[in-house]
Design a protein around this ligand. Structure first.
Ligand code: PGA
Ligand code: ZN
Length: 425
């Protein structure tokens, strides 16, 4: 039974305020969670409530914090924290808007996750075990960023994420070791070229390049420089985040001073699939480009995972529609896109129903909160995407996965290649 709901403004990894919610139950159990925040935001996402005005660039969350302490705390008092669906329904109805703009998606997701964590604490279980409820679990395959880009690097290159997966690694700890070698090697390569200028928002190296394809070449050299085999030890993953540089079938690659139509962008990505060991491409087209997604999934969906992020915004109805139209093969799950844990679970279940793969994902604005490491494991999602091998808000999640893998030794395996739902290479 929920006794107190508290909230406060804390800081995220971009130096912006965000909402922390804290839920205390009658038995003294406490759950605490911090809302993350995106930069490349899908138009269908739950909306964060920000204060506006001049202070903190308008990013203040005093109103959202006030909503948790006021209306939300009053509504949740006395309710059963173990009935997550009822809690989330109550929150959603209390808000009453299609995109949670009244109370704020930030207020709601922090509260929803804090309730979940309080319930797990009350059950005396780590969150991943509480979520699994005796069903199968696996330690997720991590997609790890090596170079940042797009809106996470001031548009220095157009493509947002250049990542790797060590799909044939023996454990998540082994995947981190190999990826750390690639990350180090990429840093040395940038330093040698006089282009090491620090890191982007998710910890990947700052992308000082003259074309988007140059980043892929650098990534290949970094993998080889680490003594690893591209297409065997290490595979490439891209998040194009195409909504950030295109709409209505026109895509402007600012770095290369050229504009492509849907077919042109599809051909470019198709050439990259032929030339590089790519296993997954996220948001290859803008969220309004269904024709692009459909044709691309038909052409490449059998060999490369086609991931919907801005396209699907962790929404079960959108996932079902995408499945029936053949727009993607994998769903990115970001709890704060949905706004409550239960709605994220509904998107997960819709993905399962459709035979889609799933990736639990952080946002570019993050904190030390490690909830998503537990969600990815307990939900048996198969994959997780959190950013790079640097910056504490990223490594907090990776380090939690190392602890989880150790605790689960013998009782749950590393998802590895099985996390991807494509033919093994
Ligand atoms: P965001 O980026 O958190 O800025 O939306 C993450 C992603 O696009 O996957
Ligand atoms: Zn994305």
């Amino acid at each position: 039974e929920i006794r107190h709901v508290r909230a406060r403004a804390v800081w995220d990894s971009r130096g912006r305020p965000t909402v922390e919610a804290e839920v205390e139950l009658a038995d003294g159990s406490v759950g605490r969670a911090i809302a993350p925040a995106g930069a490349s935001v899908g138009s269908g996402e739950a909306l964060d409530l920000r204060d506006g005005g001049d202070a903190l660039g308008g990013f203040g969350v005093d109103r959202a914090v006030g909503n948790v302490k006021g209306e939300i705390a009053a509504a949740l008092a006395g309710h059963d924290a173990a009935d997550q669906q009822a809690i989330d329904k109550l929150l959603t109805e209390l808000d009453g808007t299609p995109q949670k703009s009244r109370l704020g998606g930030n207020a709601m997701v922090a509260t929803s996750m804090a309730v979940l964590k309080a319930a797990a604490a009350s059950a005396g279980l780590p969150l991943y075990l509480y979520l699994a409820q005796g069903r199968g679990m696996s330690v997720p395959l991590p997609q790890i960023q090596i170079f940042g880009g797009g809106s996470h690097a001031a548009g220095r290159v157009d493509i947002q994420d250049f990542l790797v997966v060590c799909a044939n690694a023996g454990s998540v700890a082994d995947a981190f070791r190999k990826t750390a070698e690639v990350y180090r090697s990429a840093g040395e390569l940038m330093a040698a070229a006089g282009k090491r200028h620090g890191v982007a928002d998710e910890g990947g190296w700052w992308p000082d390049f003259d074309s988007n394809e140059q980043v892929l070449d650098a990534l290949m050299r970094a993998i080889e420089g680490a003594g690893l085999m591209p297409g065997d030890d290490v595979f490439i993953v891209l998040d194009i985040a195409a909504s950030e540089f295109g709409s209505k079938g026109r895509y402007t690659l600012g770095l290369e001073r050229r504009t492509l139509d849907t077919d042109g962008l599809g051909e470019l990505l198709g050439r990259w699939i032929e030339r590089y060991p790519i296993v997954s491409i996220e948001d290859p087209f803008a969220e309004d480009d269904e024709a692009g997604f459909r044709a691309f999934t038909a052409a490449y969906g059998h060999r490369v995972q086609i991931v919907g992020d801005d396209l699907l915004v962790t929404n079960a109805e959108r996932v079902k529609a995408a499945a029936s139209k053949g727009l993607a093969t994998c769903v990115l799950l970001k709890p704060n896109q949905a706004g409550t844990v239960s709605e994220a679970v509904a998107a997960l279940e819709a993905a399962r129903e459709a035979g889609f793969a799933t990736i639990v994902s952080a946002r570019s604005g993050e904190s030390e909160d490690t909830t998503i490491a537990h969600l990815a494991t307990g939900w048996n999602a198969g994959q997780i995407k959190v950013g790079s091998m640097s910056r504490g808000e990223r490594t907090a999640k990776w380090n939690e996965l190392i602890r989880i893998e150790e605790a689960l030794a013998g009782s749950a395996r590393f998802a590895g290649w099985e996390g991807l739902k494509i033919e093994r290479r």
